[in-house]
Design a protein around this ligand. Sequence first.
Ligand code: KIV
Length: 266
Amino acid sequence: MKKITILDIQRFKNEGRKISMLTAYDCQISRILDGCNVDILLVGDSVGNAVMGLENTLPVTMADMLHHVQAVTRGRKQALVVADMPFMSYQVSIEEARRNAGSLVKDGGAEAVKVEGGENAEDVISALTRIDIPVMGHIGLTPQSIHRMGGYKVQGKEEHQRQRLLADAQAVERAGAFAVVLEGVPASLAREITSTLTIPTIGIGAGPDCDGQVLVINDVLGLSGKFRPKFVKQYVQLEELIKKAVCEYVEEVQSGKFPSDEYSFK
Ligand code: KIV
């Protein structure tokens, strides 16, 4: 079992081998995904919606992120762990960005951080890469920009947006990012960005031609309630399985069937 590094992620693109990435927020899911040979575990600030019951990612704090990054790094053996920089942890100053990114690596055990933004994040990305903290970029539908975008809307449909996203992609690569997430963009634009960049692109709602794909694990496992955007493929309906198991448990406790002798000490 070989530990995956950012050099492997670049090699995968060069070899045309697709990259798999999933979010993870706790130790047990991290262990299971790692055992399935997922290349990258992203401790996303989507922890806000997926785990903490928040409406969006904006209230997620550095303390929240550190808590979950530590749990995920304890569970994995080989996957590369990337930690999201939460809203306002990198926007105020380069000094704060460096301190916060450093903490996700030093105290959390992450091997890289992810920063939302294109041309507007170029200085932050290069400041972090200059102190040897690998950075994954994130452009297109960036959830921390929900108020500017007026909601979760596909980006890059209009020509002026398309040109801006092409420039954002170039800026992220120029700043030294080792990979970039393309979220919620037309497949044709993702294809164009992927073919012009040297670094790998990881798509979510960005069609099949990115160098890799990422999804939120709760969506993949059917643990997101009725929330089901078009780009999500649900591979299993865990909510139904959990309900069935828990209802059976409740019924057996109430009827006295559980615990039987098998589950009792002599
Ligand atoms: O926070 C997150 O889960 C993300 C992915 C959707 C890319 O940023």
